[in-house]
Design a protein around this ligand. Structure first.
Ligand SMILES: *Cc1c(COP(=O)(O)O)cnc(C)c1O
Length: 370
């Protein structure tokens, strides 16, 4: 038996720290946007290597509000096109739509599962103003190529870092530092997970930080004075305090994920199973998800059934690409065969910092026996 993800087991070793963190908030008498929120924002900005961090309610809001802030600042305008990968989780695309911008899908490269820089040129049109990169499954996109393209075409770069907390290049530049602003989610299953919903925008731009903070608080910078048509999306003190207690452990968790990924890549030997590519520099990947590919959908489904019969949990990230969702019916005109093929052939096997060596061996043995 190897569950896909055991959240209880992830948080259990830190029960005392988490109890303390929660009690501190209960006793403080202040529950939204206060001392612990500020401490966590400072700590997470420092962790990422950026100047500002603004806590919000969740990852989708972080994405939406960083885009909306750019619009309020006059850097983007309603209807502007934003390039986004065709195989991302729907939230990246929803945020662009919610901000009143137009998502334009760019197919991923098959080896990295990430937005293919070579395809940017064809996707870029007269109304294209930005790129929302998604470091999918925890692997950094090819940021040198993407930023070079953006610079030469006058595009703003935004990052969806919901799966990539702590992923870094060899020179130390990490997820959240490459563009105008970046969005993180602390949904419980993420590499750094709250015990509820939470999200954050990080940026080196003081104006973006200020506008995001106002937008998340009814568009208000000063109580009862509303500068923007904002929303209610704030990081609460309870989640901030819990996240502050967990943050110091993030790097060791990511390191354990890398060990598990290295074993999978070394020891899974089955011609039916295509392994994900290891990046040249290990720190570029934090393995939020370990997704293998099969040669076709039937094979993928039968591996999933086979693993289930042996008590091994799997998931598909993601079974329906955004352009085929009913929510986007009629919106995208192009074909996205790479995203469609991935949706049919990917399978995510257990990956977490609490997998034991025996559990990893069990998964490897089962896949090799398939
Ligand atoms: C989880 C996730 C989000 C959304 O985060 P929430 O906190 O659930 O709103 C956005 N983008 C990606 C790539 C994600 O994995």
């Amino acid at each position: 038996m190897v569950p896909f993800l055991d959240l209880k087991k992830i948080n259990e070793p830190y029960k005392n720290e988490l109890d303390r963190a929660a009690t501190d908030v209960v006793e403080s008498g202040w529950y939204i946007r206060g001392h612990y929120g500020e401490l966590f924002e400072r700590a997470f900005a420092d962790y990422c290597g950026v100047k500002y961090a603004v806590g919000v309610g969740n990852g989708l809001d972080a994405l939406t509000l960083m885009l909306r802030a750019s619009m309020e600042l006059g850097r983007l305008h309603a209807g502007d096109e934003i390039l986004v990968p065709s195989n991302t989780y729907i939230a990246s695309v929803l945020a662009i739509s919610a901000a009143g911008l137009k998502p334009v899908l760019v197919e991923p490269a098959e080896n990295s599962y990430n937005m293919d820089p070579k395809r940017l040129k064809d996707a870029c049109g007269a109304r294209t103003r930005g790129i929302l990169v998604v470091h999918l499954y925890g692997r950094l996109c090819d940021m040198d190529e993407i930023c070079a393209f953006a610079n030469s075409h006058g595009l703003l770069v935004f990052e969806d870092c919901a799966q990539a907390h702590g992923a870094r290049l060899g020179d130390g530049r990490g997820a959240g530092t490459f563009g105008v602003a970046a969005a993180f989610s602390f949904y419980p299953t993420k590499n750094l997970g709250a015990l509820g919903d939470a999200g954050m925008v990080v940026t080196n731009d003081a104006d973006i930080a200020n506008v995001v903070r106002a937008l998340g608080n009814y568009g208000s910078e000063q109580k009862y004075v509303n500068k923007f048509m904002g929303v209610n999306s704030r990081l609460d003190e309870m989640q901030a305090s819990l996240l502050l207690a967990k943050l110091p452990h993030l790097d060791e968790w990511n390191e354990r994920r890398r060990q598990v990924a290295a074993r999978y890549c070394r020891e899974i030997m089955n011609a039916k199973v295509i392994l994900p590519e290891m990046p040249a520099i290990p720190s570029e990947h934090v393995w939020h998800v370990f997704a293998v590919r099969l040669h076709d959908e039937t094979m993928r489904n039968s591996l999933q059934d086979y693993l289930k019969s042996r008590g091994i949990g799997t998931l598909i990230h993601y079974p329906i690409p955004p352009h085929l969702q009913a929510a986007y019916a009629g919106v995208f005109s192009g074909g996205y065969p790479v995203a469609e093929a991935m949706a049919k052939t990917v399978l995510s096997i257990p990956m977490s910092p609490v997998l034991t060596d025996d559990e990893v061996s069990e998964v490897i043995g089962a896949i090799n026996a398939f």
